[in-house]
Write a protein that binds this ligand. Structure first.
Ligand SMILES: [Zn+2]
Length: 207
């Protein structure tokens, strides 16, 4: 009886260790792509841009969800994260989704941020594709300190990392164009990521 109990205890302990290991491994294992919705779930600090009608975080979430969904559809391993980066985040490609704001409406537009030259060619591919659609202004890469020194560059161990500003949420002309296209923009981003990974996927149809 006594030995039976001991065996049971040992078995239970081993089981707990195994479950703990699986949970730990699951949370730390590198993924191929990390997609972040900028400012998502933040209640203080930089909670994102807003206009009288729209909130950046809501749009970021819609686009990031569509990027992740499309990548999954193409069998690409993806982790969708909020503003708070999980510990030990590691990926081949990381992309963070944002919309800009401007004190004087319509002075801003689209732009790209990245930590170093490893992401330069990737940035050019996205710019080429999005410029063919987005009919408003562009800033040069890393035009703000927030783009140049984005906090998550240090928290996500990624070979390539782009912060995408997809347009200005305080400009009515831009929001009128952006709003009905948010999911489509997400699919374009997924397409750029997939081709960057060398996957042969079908280019999303453009209206
Ligand atoms: Zn933002």
């Amino acid at each position: 009886m006594h030995t039976k109990n001991l065996a049971g205890v040992i078995f239970a302990v081993l089981l707990i260790v195994l479950v703990a290991f699986i949970l730990y491994w699951g949370s730390t294992k590198p993924v191929t792509v990390i997609v972040q919705a900028g400012h998502e779930a933040r209640t203080s600090g930089n909670t994102g841009a807003s206009s009288s009608r729209y909130k950046e975080t809501e749009w970021n979430s819609i686009v990031a969800d569509e990027v992740a969904r499309t990548l999954q559809e193409w069998d690409i391993d993806v982790k969708r994260i909020p503003a708070k980066v999980p510990k030990f985040a590691k990926a081949k490609i990381a992309v963070s989704i944002h919309f800009d704001s401007a004190k004087k409406p319509c002075r801003s537009g689209a732009s790209i941020g990245y930590p170093d030259k490893n992401s330069y060619d990737f940035a050019r591919r996205w710019e080429k594709l999005y410029r063919s659609q987005f009919p408003f202004g562009w800033h040069k890469d890393n035009f703000t300190e927030n783009l140049k020194h984005y906090y998550a560059y240090k928290q996500i161990d990624a070979e390539k990392f782009l912060v995408l500003e997809l347009g200005e949420i305080t400009c009515e002309k831009q929001t009128a164009w952006l709003k009905p296209r948010l999911k489509k923009i997400g699919r374009l981003i997924a397409y750029t990521i997939a081709t960057e990974l060398g996957k042969n996927v079908q280019k999303p149809k453009l209206p």
